[in-house]
Design a protein around this ligand. Structure first.
Ligand code: 8X3
Length: 253
């Protein structure tokens, strides 16, 4: 028996592995959905798999005008969004910062930070009018633990964590919750996208490691979203049992 059932959940990046898992998880509990994706065909394919009431939003996270338009044309029956899952975004590249294309870094800032700000701003207008809501940001352990080649990705996830916590402070008295979920190694297309289609590099990340699966994170998100209204999970870091910490690097002469 769950303590709270969201009325309407907006999932960004719904066509990706995490997003698809979130959509199926909430649909299985008959929760109305607003599904965002950049690719209309992929979004339509997801739509065809769901038999719950839903609305599709197509926009590129780097296109501010289309974000605004998507919210301004949201049908009345979907304006009761009381859960936003900020899932869109990802990592691009794993080389050292100064040896990586600057465009990759700027695109990560756009997808992981700028659009998260814009979408949260729009969703909060609705939630504060309705005096209820919850934002669940999909952060990463990369926001807590830096690693070589992580640079802007790590920094964007550190932003997500601190933005989530600071929003908590701003939203005092509004009945709106904020949670930052911080997954570690999860076997998804994340690495394939990061390494721009290089399957060997992507597979090597997960080889022999028993990584988390998207459904593990969907389970966690659903648990956070269905806590009683007086409970706020601020942040939750989750790793595979077989992933842990290493020593700090020391350069020796
Ligand atoms: C994904 C986790 O460790 O690959 O956000 O950066 S990690």
């Amino acid at each position: 028996m769950i303590a709270y059932k969201p009325k309407c959940v907006l999932i960004t990046g719904a066509t990706s592995d995490f997003g698809r898992s979130f959509a199926h998880k909430f649909a299985a509990h008959n929760v109305k959905l607003v599904l965002h994706g950049r690719n209309r065909d992929k979004l339509q394919a997801l739509s065809n798999e769901l038999d719950v009431h839903h609305h599709l939003m197509v926009f590129d996270c780097n296109d501010e005008d289309s974000i605004v338009k998507a919210f301004d044309t949201l049908p009345a029956e979907f304006q009761d969004i009381d859960l936003l899952i900020n899932n869109a975004g990802g990592a691009l590249g794993g080389d050292r910062f100064h040896e990586s294309p600057l465009d990759d870094s700027l695109n990560m800032v756009g997808a992981n930070i700028t659009s998260l700000i814009s979408i949260s701003h729009k969703a909060l207008q609705l939630m504060s009018k309705n005096k209820r809501g919850h934002i669940i940001n999909i952060g990463s352990i990369a926001g807590n633990w830096p690693y070589p080649g992580g640079h802007v990705y790590c920094a964007s996830k550190a932003f997500t964590r601190q933005f989530s916590l600071a929003l908590r402070a701003d939203l005092d008295g509004t009945n709106i919750r904020v949670t930052n979920i911080e997954p570690g190694m999860t076997e998804t297309e994340f690495s394939l996208k990061r390494f721009k289609g290089d399957a060997n590099k992507a597979d090597a990340v997960y080889a022999g490691a028993t990584p988390l699966q998207a459904d593990d994170i969907a389970e966690t998100v659903y648990w956070c979203a269905t806590q009683p209204e007086h409970v706020n999970i601020n942040s939750l870091e989750i790793m595979p049992q077989r992933q842990s910490f290493g020593p700090l690097a020391v350069e020796r002469s």
